[in-house]
Design a protein around this ligand. Structure first.
Ligand SMILES: [Zn+2]
Length: 274
């Protein structure tokens, strides 16, 4: 039995719900950040995966889909959060993907291999869609998800023909919601910027696993597919969050750990939970 973990925040007229749908843990920072600065020797990194539901005045949007019913173990289940919100999967208009790792896309499919969000339009970076068409699963970071991807390609092929469904530059994917490609973590990795009534939220996906990667924006995460490119993308997102005074949400941050960034030095920033 899994309960739900959610955190609600408002961005202008947009109601956002951070939903956790994974297993929480404290991995060793040194497995990701190389090198670990001396002052972070005792830092306790925290990771927990999830998705975000956005209620806009005229539509309901999902960023990523989490583990869903087929991939565990899960400490929390997105289904419980949807029930608590009385949000029927059929009510989702738009599904936006940050990238294609299984903890972000397995939740697109039911245990029977049907779409969990049957009435949604879908949007993702063109590089991600093309990676799903590679002749083997060899280019995937998690090769054991080949079946999930084959099924998604079958189901989504005729749903990606509207404008903006496959993007390769920054663009508006829904009113007040911009796709901001942030390449390097995985194929087509993309952040999303929400703006309403002058307030902004930047959902950075997996550009940082924990806010400490934003605070030390110049140090690579060696678990990224292209660590240097990902570092440059992360730095650009941090600069943007500071310049636009945006609240930042990360896919793997603790459920209520949304925050803002302040510059300390060229590549050093301070994270303050908001
Ligand atoms: Zn992830």
């Amino acid at each position: 039995m899994t309960d739900s973990a959610t955190h609600r925040l408002r961005v202008g007229r947009y109601e956002c719900l951070v939903i956790k749908d994974g297993t929480a843990g404290n991995p060793d920072l040194g497995e990701f950040m190389k090198p670990v600065p001396a002052e972070l020797a005792d830092y306790e990194m925290f990771m927990e995966g999830g998705l975000m539901l956005i209620d806009a005045p005229d539509r309901r949007i999902l960023i990523d889909a989490g583990n869903g019913p087929t991939r565990g173990p899960r400490t929390h289940a997105a289904e419980a959060a949807f029930e608590a919100e009385s949000a029927a999967p059929e009510s989702i208009d738009t599904v936006l993907l940050t990238h294609g790792d299984p903890d972000h896309i397995a939740g697109l499919l039911t245990a029977e291999g049907a779409l969990v969000y049957p009435d949604a339009r879908y949007a993702m970076h063109r590089d991600l869609w093309e990676a799903w068409h590679a002749p083997s699963a060899g280019g995937l970071y998690f090769p054991n998800q080949a079946d999930v991807i084959r099924r998604l390609v079958e189901l989504l092929s005729d749903r990606l023909d509207d404008t903006g469904a496959l993007f390769d530059t920054e663009c508006e994917v829904a009113p007040g919601l911009r796709a901001v490609p942030a390449l390097g973590h995985r194929a087509g990795h993309t952040a999303y910027l929400i703006e309403s009534d002058g307030q902004k939220l930047l959902h950075i996906g997996d550009a940082a696993f924990d806010p400490v990667f934003l605070e030390y924006a110049g140090i690579p995460n060696v678990r990224d597919t292209d660590p240097e490119r990902a570092r440059d993308s992360r730095r650009a997102l941090v600069e943007r969050a500071v310049a636009e005074d945006a609240v930042v949400v990360g896919s793997h941050f603790r459920v209520d750990n949304v925050g803002k960034l302040r510059r300390i030095d060229r590549d050093r920033f301070e994270w303050t939970p908001a």
